[in-house]
Ligand binder design. Structure first.
Ligand code: ZN
Ligand code: ZN
Ligand code: FE
Length: 711
């Protein structure tokens, strides 16, 4: 038997996922000698033994990898045999900075069993974890991923934990965040105090994986209303954490799978009429965002409390979530009655992910920093700065793009500071320096201002082109395609606000083929806050008497401050203002959500509408005045937008693929009706599955455009 020795270099997500113990077991099974270690680029293996055994071993490195691993490549090279018979795991080698940090993983079944087993030494220990679960991204300071380079560095292992950590047969073999009640992190107050507080209607700040949550009894109308008032969040729905989603929402088996996935996102589902949840948790919408517990602390809290909890980000409305303990105590002082914290530091901010009908509204905890595909190679490191609302940034190199967690709205100094520090941490994690910087054309966005200050090649990317590019890129395509991009607002190449767009584009460039007729926004931002102003403009231009009392006063602002907008969001705003009489919206997309709800599944023929014409608003209004059912008008309006969009694609005819992107396509009725109508005309449709259709996906699209246009 000829003895050979080979060196394998494995790259991808291979650290912090139980890969070394797996290699150890694999080598023993094939009777090979050698070693495995982590370095800054991934995992290095040297194995020695029979040639056929080595072939099988090499195949196994990829095919039999642990579930949490994502093996991107296995490179092999022959070496001279050394006569090594034993196989060992060697200490990490800190060269290189390209190893990929894994995402945080929800507590696994094995750990849960221990958590609730009175005979286990980790019974009711809120920080139990193993190689298959626990914090990763939020605690990793540097690669290679080893305990000294995590925020667990300050917790020396007790003898018992060390024994588990060093035993190849133990399921905690090299579980870097391993901990127990003897040696690990501790809660700042006894859990019973937190539970008692929740029962008494208190608002409790709970330290989680990537930041603080604010929690209260989801069934307690008083507590939820108080949380809303203190957080300065008027109507935007709160998420609810529960062990029993079936009692709160209608979830089909697919939703259930999503809820139970190891990413544990918040899933937006139809609320049950009899759900024991306070009205003010999600006022005025038929949906409820629910998630299952994903840390041991959450599991203990829910088990002891016995009901569902509102769990919303620890911040004032739309600010970045608080992570630092002192900062959290200061920022949440006026909101939380009680702090349930602990002494394991959070290194990286990471908010909960939100999913609706299997596309992300927010791609964050559990998914980040997992790589997204880049259909063209980025020769240099690209940093894409993103937009303003639902801000994210994106770092790309080679064929990979790393989208940041959700940062919140980037429109305050606090948010801007978080953007810069989070970006710095992200670049350090990837060992990258920005060489190309991509940015939105809006001159007032803080992300754009940041970009323009960078010493790098600058690539300005039009907002809606970035939306379309994000959708193309996630499908691994480069175009050319037609793209229907519908959203509230994005800065156009001509300095006006766009958002009801038909583009012909590929990753590198676009043409604007058609768009909604621009409407003035009387008072600028005030018209976005008070959509009736936009409705008034539509009616007045059509010569229809305006029914709003405040119009004569507001009308004057048309002369001084009335930027033009062709945003689809404004069309939804105007129709909603007429049908629902809402005076003011308090969060982006609120009017569209209300209108989608009103339309429900009501069947209606679309209004005859040529894409772009302003007539649609007046058509809806005449029907309203004539006494037609409001839900029917809302349904006919949705169908008209979808039918008009499909018809304008048919007119252009080529290319035969249509991308659907932009925040308006979070509206399922609009998305599904447009998809159906466009497909019926023989087009292929690409919609989002991996990144949000809203502005949270913009930075990824910018990165794809920059990669294609700087080759
Ligand atoms: Zn586990
Ligand atoms: Zn211990
Ligand atoms: Fe947008």
């Amino acid at each position: 038997m000829a003895v050979e020795r080979r060196r394998f270099r494995v790259s991808g997500v291979v650290q912090g996922v139980g890969y070394r113990p797996f290699v150890y077991g694999l080598a023993r099974r094939h009777s090979l000698g050698g070693f495995v270690l982590n370095d800054g680029t991934g995992v290095v293996v040297e194995a020695e033994g029979d040639g056929r055994a080595l072939d099988a071993f090499a195949a196994g490195l990829r095919d039999e990898a642990p579930v949490l691993a994502r093996v991107e490549s296995v490179a092999a090279a022959p070496l001279a045999a050394l006569g090594e018979r034993a196989f060992s795991i060697l200490p990490s080698d800190a060269t290189g900075r390209t190893a990929l940090v894994p995402a945080d993983v929800a507590t696994c079944e094995d750990c849960l069993r221990e958590l609730f087993d009175p005979d286990d030494r980790r019974y009711r220990y809120p920080f139990v974890n193993c190689t298959q679960c626990g914090p990763r991204f939020t605690i990793v300071v540097d690669v290679p991923y080893d305990r000294p380079r995590t925020t667990m560095a300050g917790f020396p292992l007790c003898a018992e934990c060390r024994r588990e950590y060093e035993d190849p047969a133990d399921r905690r073999f090299h579980a870097e965040p391993i901990a127990c009640p003897v040696c690990g992190p501790r809660l700042s107050v006894p859990l019973e105090e937190g539970v008692a507080g929740l029962r008494a209607g208190a608002i409790v700040a709970v330290k989680g994986l990537g930041g603080y949550h604010l929690a209260c009894d989801a069934a307690d109308e008083d507590a939820v209303a108080r949380l809303r008032a203190r957080k300065h969040r008027e109507d935007k729905p709160f998420a609810v954490m529960t062990n029993d989603p079936a009692a709160l929402v209608e979830a089909d088996p697919g939703d259930d799978e999503l809820l139970r996935s190891r990413e544990r996102p918040i899933v937006l589902l139809r609320r049950r009429a009899d759900a024991p949840v306070a009205h003010s948790a999600a006022p005025g919408v038929p949906w409820l965002g629910v998630m299952l517990p994903y840390t041991p602390l959450h599991h203990l809290l829910l088990a002891d409390f016995g009901g569902a909890l509102v769990m919303t980000s620890g911040n004032r409305s739309d600010e970045p979530i608080a992570v630092d303990d002192d900062e959290a105590r200061e920022r949440l002082a006026g909101i939380a009655d009680l702090f349930l914290a602990h002494d394991r530091p959070i290194h990286r901010r990471c908010e909960d992910s939100v999913v609706r009908a299997a596309f992300p509204i927010r791609r964050s905890r559990g998914f980040v920093p997992g790589a997204l595909p880049l259909p063209v190679r980025a020769g240099r490191t690209i940093v894409a700065a993103g937009a303003e609302l639902k801000s994210t940034f994106c770092v790309a190199r080679g064929r990979q793009a790393f989208l940041s967690p959700h940062l919140g709205d980037l429109d305050t100094e606090l948010a801007y500071a978080a953007f810069r520090s989070d970006l710095e941490l992200y670049l350090a994690m990837l060992g990258a320096e920005p060489e190309v910087v991509a940015y939105d054309l809006h001159p007032e966005y803080l992300a754009t201002k940041w970009a323009l200050e960078q010493d790098a090649e600058l690539v300005g990317v039009q907002h809606h082109h970035a939306h379309a590019a994000a959708c193309l890129a996630e499908h691994g395509e480069t175009g050319p395609v037609l793209a229907l991009v519908f959203d509230g607002t994005g800065y156009g190449s001509d300095g006006t606000l766009w958002g009801g767009e038909l583009l012909r584009c590929d990753l590198a460039s676009f043409d604007r083929l058609a768009h909604l007729d621009p409407v003035p926004l009387p008072g600028g931002a005030a018209a976005i806050r008070e959509p009736w102003r936009v409705a008034a403009c539509f009616l007045e231009r059509a010569g229809v008497p305006v029914p709003f009392e405040r119009w004569p006063a507001v009308r004057e602002s048309l002369q001084v401050n009335a930027p033009l907008s062709s945003g689809m969001g404004r069309l939804f705003d105007a129709v909603d203002a007429l049908l629902c009489g809402r005076e003011e919206v308090t969060f982006e997309g609120q009017a569209a959500v209300e209108l989608e709800h009103l339309a429900g599944a009501v069947e209606a023929e679309p209004y005859a509408w040529r894409f772009g014409d302003p007539s649609l608003v007046t058509d809806c209004y005449s029907d309203l005045v004539a006494g037609r059912e409001r839900s029917e008008i809302a349904a006919a309006f949705h169908e008209a937008v979808a039918a008009g969009a499909a018809a304008v694609c048919a007119e252009v005819a080529e290319p035969r693929t249509v991308v659907l992107s932009g925040g308006s396509f979070q509206n399922l009725r609009l998305l599904e009706s447009t998809r159906r109508r466009v497909e019926r005309l023989g087009f292929r449709v690409l919609a989002h599955r991996l990144v949000p259709p809203n502005d949270g996906g913009i930075s990824y699209g910018q990165a794809a455009v920059a990669a294609a246009s700087t080759r």
